[in-house]
Design a protein around this ligand. Structure first.
Ligand code: ADE
Length: 252
């Protein structure tokens, strides 16, 4: 997969992709990340990429021309087959909230182009005529779309086959499985008087699985009850949730 990131702050990307799993994926040739400086596509002598908004209003708006030229230059290099498997994504607080399902969909594409929004936003013609997806990473406003582009790149990369060691560690993820992950422990089994739960040391795999499942249900109910509506729940899960006092019209 090739990921193109269009930004007015290319130096922000020095670092985040040069560590850990993303770096390994790049070094192994599984992904290729290209950072593009939108300013290079400016057409005036001041290298302008932003301007005032028509109709009046605060702040500056990213102009369409440098973004269109940059993206169209990238798309022109692609084959028809690659174009059919390409997404052009704008990161903005107005976008659809990113979730694991969307990340998975994006991770299957051959090319991803991410435009990092800035200032008050981008000229609406970019949204209307250039992008395929408008993505927000949460209900808060960042200073720009760069960190959102990093989040998206990181989340997609780990889903590409061959990047993370075992497929099982992806399938068991919080969210991927539909529930939040159960608590996990490592040595020592007593740390500052706090013990690892007995059941995990018991060697009884049936009991361990049941404990983990219930912990996942507990945690999901506490922190993200919205996930329970879509989660794949067994009769046993439902009975356990009912015993915790949870009632939901969608599954009970
Ligand atoms: N740019 C500013 N805030 C953002 C957000 N929440 N998600 C994506 N891009 C953004």
């Amino acid at each position: 997969m090739r990921i193109h990131i269009l930004t007015i702050f290319p130096d922000m990307f020095n670092g985040p992709f040069q560590h850990s799993i993303v770096q390994r994926a790049v070094n192994a040739g599984i992904i290729d990340i290209k950072i593009h400086d939108i300013r290079k596509y400016a057409s005036d002598k001041h290298n302008s990429v932003d301007d005032y908004q028509f109709g009046g209003g605060p702040g500056m708006i990213m102009m369409p021309q440098p973004i269109f030229d940059n993206v169209e230059g990238i798309l022109a290099e692609l084959t028809q087959l690659e174009l059919a498997s390409t997404r052009v994504i704008l990161t903005s607080p107005q976008g659809k909230l990113l979730n694991q399902k969307t990340v998975k969909l994006f991770s299957k594409q051959s090319n991803i182009v991410i435009i990092c929004g800035h200032y008050e936003g981008v000229d609406e013609r970019v949204r209307e005529h250039l992008i395929t997806d408008d993505v927000s990473i949460g209900d808060y406003v960042l200073t720009g779309g760069e960190i959102a582009a990093m989040v998206l790149t990181d989340a997609m990369t780990r889903l590409i086959p061959g990047v993370v060691g075992t497929e099982a560690s992806i399938e068991g993820d919080s969210i991927t499985s539909g529930l939040l992950q159960h608590p996990i422990f490592t040595r020592s089994n007593t740390f500052r008087d706090w013990n690892v739960p007995e059941v995990l040391l018991s060697g009884n795999h049936g009991k361990i699985e049941q404990w983990r499942r219930r912990q996942s249900l507990d945690r999901t109910l506490r922190n993200r009850p919205d996930l329970l509506v879509e989660a794949n729940l067994t009769e046993d899960d439902r009975a356990y949730l009912r015993s915790l006092g949870y009632r939901d019209a969608n599954y009970s």
